[in-house]
Design a protein around this ligand. Structure first.
Ligand code: DOR
Ligand code: ZN
Length: 347
């Protein structure tokens, strides 16, 4: 197969940032995707309808003229967030979903939730109005090994939560373990998961390959190879509970290459190329379109995109660095040659 024409895909989990980084991040995501779920972990976090609407305007203003892209905004849950604010934002079409960051779990999560019980009233309301909860699924207790944090979260937080709110729509984001795959597979139709491209490519060895590799560091951190293999099988399985969410998370090179490097992998420049390579290696190219363009909208209850895009089977040399407005970021697959190239929309 020399080219692949698929329905316009969406990214169901992305960080576009703000300020000087926004134009770079937004342009690269909007180049490949029709819609994206925009993470709210800005400083300060997006906790109000007004802040989300203003951020949405800044994203649209940062895009080159003529790009059609729909940012789907999320609310950052805190211990004290008002259920009425969340419901009003959802009713008015500003908030598509809410994001749960356990406090301290990752980048800009300090204002997150310290105990899941603190947001029971919000979750109750979200269940009532059919608003999805997007979960960063890691416990933060220092006693729990960093590689076990997702599995322990599923057992101690997520499973009990779904018992208390059995109809709540939940997306377990950027899953990294076989445990998560099994949990989502066996859950109800209201439970789904996103898979990043990087977790389909790298296992934890990548962090230490020939030395310490800050650009392979993200959260949840990559796990053992057998976990990666379970994620790849889930991605290509055709099960609609697993869909595309890059978790593309740009940090300036200097913040990654530091004595306390930030977590995050910048996938946006080569997101579709990276995913399609996995589907090809797994002999499942014919399942790529559903994963990238159909299962996400189906879960969110949104229409499919109308347009089509083309990927060509051509070598793509990934640059060592992507720069704009004084921001320098190392992309995922930097320096590698990929075997597909995203071409753009079919006219
Ligand atoms: O690697 C990550 N980067 N994981 C997250 O959960 C947050 C993200 C970021 O915002 O940098
Ligand atoms: Zn994220």
């Amino acid at each position: 197969m020399e080219s692949l024409v698929i329905r316009q895909p969406d990214d169901w989990h992305v960080h576009l940032r703000d300020g000087a980084m926004l134009a770079l991040a937004a342009d690269l995501t909007a180049r490949q995707f029709g819609r994206a779920i925009i993470m709210p972990n800005l400083v300060p976090p997006v906790t109000t309808v007004a802040a989300a609407a203003a951020y949405r305007d800044r994203i649209l203003a940062a895009l080159p003229a003529g790009r059609t892209f729909t940012p789907l905004m999320t609310a950052y849950l805190t211990d004290t967030i008002d259920p009425d604010e969340i419901a009003a934002g959802h009713r008015d079409g500003v908030f598509t979903a809410c994001k749960l960051y356990p406090a301290g779990a990752t980048t800009n999560s300090a204002a997150g939730v310290t105990d899941i019980r603190n947001i029971d009233r919000v979750l109750e309301r979200m269940q009532q109005i059919g608003m999805p909860l997007l979960v960063h699924g890691e416990v933060v207790s220092p006693e729990v090994d960093v590689f076990d944090r997702e599995a322990v979260f599923i057992e101690t937080v997520l499973a009990p939560l779904l018992e208390r709110f059995p109809e709540l729509k939940v997306v377990l984001e950027h899953i990294t373990t076989e445990d998560a795959v099994r949990f989502v597979e066996t859950g109800g139709p209201n439970l789904a998961a996103t898979l990043t491209a990087h977790h389909l490519h790298i296992d934890r060895n990548a962090l230490f390959s020939g030395g310490l590799r800050p650009h392979a560091y993200c959260l949840p951190v990559a796990k053992r190879r057998h976990h990666k293999n379970a994620l790849r099988k889930a991605a290509v399985s055709g099960n609609p509970k697993f869909f595309l969410g890059t978790d593309s998370a740009p940090h300036p090179r200097s913040d990654k290459e530091s004595d306390c490097g930030c977590a995050g992998i910048f996938t946006a420049p080569v997101a579709l190329e990276s995913y399609v390579q996995v589907f090809e290696a797994e002999g499942a190219l014919e399942r790529f379109e559903a994963f990238a363009s159909e299962f996400g909208p189906a879960f969110y209850g949104l229409p499919l995109n109308d347009g089509r895009v083309v990927l060509r089977r051509e070598n793509l040399q990934v640059p060592q660095e992507v720069s704009r407005d004084g921001q320098h970021v190392v992309p995922f697959h930097a320096g590698e040659t990929l075997s597909w190239r995203f071409e753009g929309a079919v006219e």
